[in-house]
Design a protein around this ligand. Structure first.
Ligand code: AKG
Ligand code: FE2
Length: 335
């Protein structure tokens, strides 16, 4: 009997599920070593940042005796401005224009290894083909318990995520792009701590109307009245597992009602050459069978791309990141 090759990418049954329902939950994708190197990278960032925040008078102590999760919650709880910590942990520059010169992000080697993780790229290859571009619409979301979120934050990087389709929050230049969202669980994601939920099959419809960011939802979002919430299914997944989403699947994330953090990364992939939908930010070729030399291979090179982007955006006249939904501003549904 021929030895069986370990499975690469999605099985036919998994592809069928994804095509039929617009989502797929897969356990055990990212190995423990990668997960732990990400945790160490984040511990290192907070180790450096906390004393600096103390020096600036923004924090009474650096909480260095606490393990990472407890330390993160304690710092978030005390900071007047949660972005003073969070912006150092995200893996994208903020969507602000003009971009403040102090803007920062994490472009470290552990996260870069996640973006190029072979098991993730094998999955992406099953959907977008062998020439894979890593889209710059990506976030780290480390969500504290909702009860610790004083101060009226309504930002999906830190608290619950409103209903949307990923295609609805990027620019329409990418409407022809086949884009796969890969959502990676660093902690277990549960109904209690705010896992994602979706409307199965919603990807077979059109782009649903979204309200612009400056209306009630505070982020580009589908009004609740347009969502068939009775059909929603939760997508819990364990640490190291991933959730795949089609770009038209309606989804949101629950509030974190647990006592600890809910930590995920959301990454996006499409074919090399396709429009990203956020062209002011830099993506890169993550895998190319046709031209392996074109792949971006180091975190330094990735950080450099973001640094150049930052320099350019700091100097750029003010602009709006996404104008797709501005026409519906006056609509009753968004009031
Ligand atoms: O993690 C979340 O709360 C939302 C993530 C999301 O919307 C996405 O990955 O597309
Ligand atoms: Fe999303």
């Amino acid at each position: 009997m021929r030895p069986t090759r370990p499975m690469r990418g999605l099985s036919q049954a998994q592809k069928d599920h994804f095509n039929e329902f617009g989502y797929l939950v897969i356990e055990d994708v990212v190995d423990e070593e990668t997960l732990q190197s990400i945790e160490r990278e984040y511990e290192g960032i907070v180790d450096k940042l906390a004393p600096a925040l103390v020096d600036e008078g923004k924090l009474s102590q650096s909480y260095s005796e606490l393990p990472f999760k407890e330390r993160y919650i304690a710092i978030m709880d005390e900071l007047d401005e949660m972005y003073d910590l969070y912006q150092h942990l995200d893996i994208s520059l903020p969507l602000l224009s003009p971009l403040p010169p102090t803007s920062t992000m994490n472009s470290g080697p552990a996260v870069f290894s996640l973006l190029r993780h072979p098991a993730i790229l094998d999955i992406a290859e099953s959907i977008v083909g062998s020439e894979i571009f890593c889209n710059p619409v990506q976030h780290a979301r480390i969500k504290p318990p909702a009860k610790a979120m004083t101060g009226g934050y309504s930002d999906s990087n830190l608290t619950k995520t409103p209903w949307h389709q990923d295609q609805g929050v990027i620019n329409d230049e990418a409407d022809e792009t086949t884009m796969l969202t890969v959502w990676v669980a660093i902690t277990d994601a549960t109904v209690e701590n705010g896992c994602m939920i979706c409307i199965p099959g919603s990807h077979t419809g059109e782009l649903t109307m979204h309200c612009p960011a400056h209306t009630k939802t505070n982020e580009i979002a589908i009004p609740n009245s347009l969502i068939a919430e009775e059909n929603a299914v939760p997508m819990p997944v364990k640490r190291g597992g991933v959730v795949l989403l089609h770009q038209l699947t309606e989804h949101s994330a629950l509030e974190n009602h647990s006592d600890s953090i809910r930590w995920s990364f959301d990454l996006r992939y499409h074919a090399v050459g396709a429009a990203t939908g956020r062209s002011v930010f830099p993506g890169f070729i993550a895998r190319s069978e046709a031209d392996p030399d074109s792949e971006l291979k180091t975190a330094e090179a990735w950080g450099q791309l973001w640094q150049e982007t930052k320099d350019r955006l700091v100097a750029k006249p003010e602009f709006i990141f996404n104008t797709r939904w501005d026409g519906v501003a006056a609509d009753q549904l968004c009031a």
